[in-house]
Unconditional design. Structure first.
Length: 85
């Protein structure tokens, strides 16, 4: 299975859980959706860098960091375009 396919399965299996946890922590849906997007952005970069996909329940940590958007496709196995592992 390709990186994008693995991530799509991971996303489908964990999105509601991450959104629910985020909403419980911040109390409003739009902010929880932003946090959830950030959690999955960080998980995608980690995955493209060769890391495993695990439930990203560190919602509060992800909420602390706002970084520029990254490419949607892994390039040579890494989000930054460098050679993969």
């Amino acid at each position: 299975m390709q990186a994008e396919q693995r991530f799509a399965v991971f996303y489908a299996e964990t999105y509601r859980l991450i959104l629910t946890v985020a909403q419980q922590r911040v109390g409003d849906l739009p902010t929880a959706q932003d946090i959830t997007s950030e959690v999955f952005r960080v998980a995608w970069i980690h995955h493209c860098d060769g890391g495993t996909l695990e439930s990203p329940l560190a919602v509060s940590r992800a909420a602390e960091h706002r970084r520029p958007r990254v490419p949607l496709a892994c390039q040579a196995g890494r989000a930054d375009g460098a050679a993969g592992p």
